[in-house]
Design a protein around this ligand. Structure first.
Ligand code: NAD
Length: 347
């Protein structure tokens, strides 16, 4: 149940300030990575009461137990008690990990998400999924816990690289594909994010995600719609995380959406015209490379360990036309390989 404020726009930092002034916190700690400490913290600092700043290295490879231990240590050194508050200032890595750290420290203290990437503003900061990677598996250790509030300031995006912006955009068009066929008709004409009203785009995505999460907070049913592109995408992301050519989360999910659109079409659920339009759209935003067949087996192995699997079956969300979805579709390793082969052919 989303009963906390989600504020989007230029006034969101002012609104955060009012929120902090209205509550009683014993200590406040901002968790940032090296980039958000440099680019975003100076914009946030004037709105904050007295606080600690805890800085961790940036990137998915640091979304691990070692970073958590470091943060718990800082909180312990600062004698943080159960009335303390954590402010997660960063992308999905800081949001997921900072929330996990807060949710487990002394059996859970409050935290606020202040997302600074497009991906975290439209997706990761909403819905209460928290966690870290473990032994090569994405988000393997974690919990569901809602934040005290989400404050989304689109101005943070000014310092984000175009590659990161496009990575986040994958979750934006995923929301269109699963839930808003009418908006997709406009979006599919875009060939660049220049001049796009980001606050409006973020608002649209957050509304879709929040509605789905409200319906099914613990992912027993409808929330699985949000996994479109993620069964194959996560396996591809996990595989390349360990390699010299890692993919950003949204880039891997875009690959997953191409492969899973193909599988939706193969299952007779998605017209070929839609698959073609999805592929053409995605290709405008990403520089992909062919995934060599020698990697396929290992990628399938990772998909077999996906959290969403049940009774040994790899489960996937298909599109049932644009704007609708069908959850719990069992796919085999051969299907995944066919999906990846299709991706290699069309990119
Ligand atoms: P990220 O947090 O690693 O941020 C990407 C990079 O951008 C980092 O180097 C970061 O330091 C930098 N950065 C962040 N904000 C910046 C800014 N405003 N200016 C300049 N640089 C900035 O990655 P991400 O793409 O935001 O998030 C990916 C993570 O989110 C993954 O771990 C994924 O599993 C998770 N995720 C979680 C959910 C969820 O529901 N909890 C949903 C989707 C993704």
């Amino acid at each position: 149940m989303i009963d906390y404020p989600i504020k989007i726009g230029d006034q969101s930092l002012e609104q955060l300030k009012a929120h902090l002034a209205s509550e009683d916190f014993s200590q406040v700690m901002v968790i940032a990575d090296e980039n958000t400490a440099e680019h975003c913290y100076p914009l946030l600092q004037p709105f904050l009461p007295m606080h600690y700043l805890c800085k961790v290295p940036a990137g998915e490879t640091h979304k691990n137990l070692g970073s958590c231990i470091y943060i718990w240590q800082q909180m312990t050194n600062a004698a943080f008690d159960r009335k303390g508050l954590i402010l997660n200032l960063g992308g999905g890595v800081i949001g997921d990990m900072g929330g996990f750290v807060a949710g487990t420290y002394k059996r859970g203290i409050r935290f606020i998400q202040i997302p600074t990437t497009l991906l975290s503003q439209v997706d990761a900061s909403v819905g209460g999924k928290l966690g870290i990677d473990f032994q090569g598996f994405k988000n393997h250790i974690g919990l569901f816990r809602e934040p005290e509030g989400v404050y989304i300031y689109p101005g943070f995006l000014k310092t984000l690289s175009q590659k990161e912006l496009h990575s986040g955009f994958a979750e934006v068009f995923k929301h269109h594909l699963i839930a808003d066929a009418a908006a997709w008709q406009d979006l599919k004409l875009l060939s660049s994010l220049d001049g796009v009203d980001m606050a409006a785009l973020i608002d649209h995505s957050v509304k879709i995600k929040a509605k789905i999460v409200e319906e099914d907070p613990f992912e027993h049913g409808a929330r699985k719609a949000l996994n479109f592109g993620h069964t194959i995408g996560h396996a591809v992301e996990s595989y390349f995380l360990e390699k010299e050519t890692p993919l950003l989360h949204g880039e891997a999910i875009a690959i997953g959406m191409i492969a899973e659109s193909f599988l939706s079409q193969k299952a007779g659920l998605l017209p070929a015209k839609d698959t073609g339009e999805i592929v053409a759209f995605i290709k405008r935003f990403y520089d992909f490379w062919v995934i060599g067949e020698e990697h396929f087996e290992a990628i399938c192995g990772l998909a077999l360990n996906d959290k969403k699997n049940q009774a040994g079956k790899i489960l996937c969300t298909f599109l049932e036309g644009v704007g609708q979805f069908r959850i719990n579709q069992a796919i085999s390793s051969a299907d995944i390989q066919a999906g990846l082969r299709f991706f290699n052919q069309v990119i």
